[in-house]
Design a protein around this ligand. Sequence first.
Ligand SMILES: [Zn+2]
Length: 270
Amino acid sequence: MSKKIALFIIMSSLVLISCEFLKKTYNSGSEAVSNVNVFAYTQDIELGKQVQQEIASNPKDFPILPKASNQKIYAYIEQLKSTILNSGQIKYRTEFAWEISIIDDDKTLNAFATPGGYIYIYTGLIKFLDSEDQLIGVLGHEMAHSDRRHSTRQLTKSLGLSMLLDAVLGQRDAVEQILGQLAGLKFSRSNEREADEYSVKYLCNSSYNSDGAAGFFQKLADQPSPPEFLSTHPSPDNRVENMATLETTLNCKGSETNVSRYNQMKALLN
Ligand SMILES: [Zn+2]
């Protein structure tokens, strides 16, 4: 792998974790405001549909791996999704779409969720991960952003309510603006922590190691040349430790990581 590509991967990976590290200036006052969601959950559903359509109509920027010719890998991810949906912890289990798409882009190490439960995972992220518990952990983290409705709250803050309402009504400019922000949306530190925690809760009664997402964050931190930002701004929230502590506190018993099955699945992408 060339240095350039390696750097790109590391930089891209920052998108996922940036939410926590970049949000330095932040006070409890704005946090209180950010926790008020003036959007109705039904509007999350509408907004999600608009964004999903916009993504589907833009294969250049979002080359979705076709479902018809990739049935095995989609069936595999659907199974992981079902485990989370059946955890009894998803508030909008029947209301939101919970539709997962894979974006065929090996250079991007990212995943994102729209309001209303459309989840997008890049092949770059799937290939970077080592085991099934890591993937299901990251999936849980993203699903939590939708289910806890962090996205609409954050978008309201960054773009304003009227932009979101325009998007709900299908105004193309507004939908495009929202889509432009979603993949790199920087959530508040508390939203990130909550998504991490729910990722553990969703898996706590399953056979999986429930802090799989922490394995991913640890792997990022363990890269041979971590971006300077990571070394100079250690996570104030100790996200890996927090997840491990929650796993113990909740007495989660699962330990499966399923490395070999995960590798078989990854091979389908080559
Ligand atoms: Zn997040």
